[in-house]
Write a protein that binds this ligand. Structure first.
Ligand code: SF4
Length: 230
């Protein structure tokens, strides 16, 4: 661990994991800087959008030992590594993850599923993979990588969480799920306020149910709005 560093946007918690299978569980979050995609509705543009944010202010290179001290102070038993796209730094993550696992914590990594994972089951318990649909508006980069999604599926440690704005988005999810053999499938409404999320969840509920998938809220938005560091 000596001297190991990460490019960090923010470390925060204890808070509640807001999305996916661990929604509602207390967790500490490490948000890493930078992303290889550019989603129109991204709610963490301060990690990568340097036309509107200043990287000198938003990002800092942090010693792993310092990050660990912050996590130890939270004492919550679960780490969520998020971004940005955390797998851009996956080669630098083992020193932190080894220490966290040595403490017996559960570790989740959130990713868009465009970079194949090299982090083994000794370091990561679950990948929350969120492949981006056409509604994300990515024009420059290729957000759909079937080969990478299959490698997550083969890891046996991934769930696939799709961000939908309307039931029609689920047709695109259908073809990705079929083509790559993905499961389990979670659907999450896009939105950064409680009214939008609730309305979209109501629209999505029946078609998600009909497919045998799981509907997940964004609990942190329902509880605290789009407050940063939650
Ligand atoms: S992949 Fe995630 S962090 Fe990157 S732009 Fe899209 S929503 Fe934002």
């Amino acid at each position: 661990m000596n001297g190991a560093t990460l490019v960090i946007s923010e470390v925060f918690g204890p808070t509640l994991q807001g999305e996916g299978p661990s929604a509602g569980r207390p967790a500490g979050f490490v948000r890493l800087g930078r992303c290889n995609l550019a989603c129109d509705w991204c709610d963490t543009k301060y990690t990568w959008d340097w036309e509107n944010y200043d990287p000198q202010e938003e990002l800092h290179t942090e010693q792993v030992a310092t990050v660990l001290e912050q996590l130890d102070a939270m004492g919550v038993g679960m780490l969520v590594v998020t971004g940005g796209e955390p797998l851009l730094q996956q080669r630098n993550l083992p020193p932190l993850l080894q220490e966290v696992k040595a403490r017996g914590w559960w570790v989740e990594v959130e990713t868009s599923g465009t970079i194949a994972p090299i982090l083994g089951p000794d370091l990561v318990d679950r990948f929350n993979v969120s492949p981006k649909l056409t509604n994300s508006g990515n024009r420059q980069s290729r957000p759909y990588r079937p080969d990478v999604l299959r490698s997550f599926q083969e890891s046996g440690r991934a769930v696939f969480k799709f961000v939908a704005q309307a039931p029609s988005d689920l047709l695109e999810v259908d073809s990705m799920v079929d083509e790559c053999g993905l499961e389990p499938v979670y659907v999450m409404p896009e939105g950064t306020d409680a009214e939008t999320l609730t309305a979209r969840m109501r629209e999505l509920a029946e078609p998600v149910l009909a497919r045998g998938w799981v509907l997940t809220p964004r609990l942190h938005i329902l509880l605290w709005g789009n407050e940063r560091g939650r």
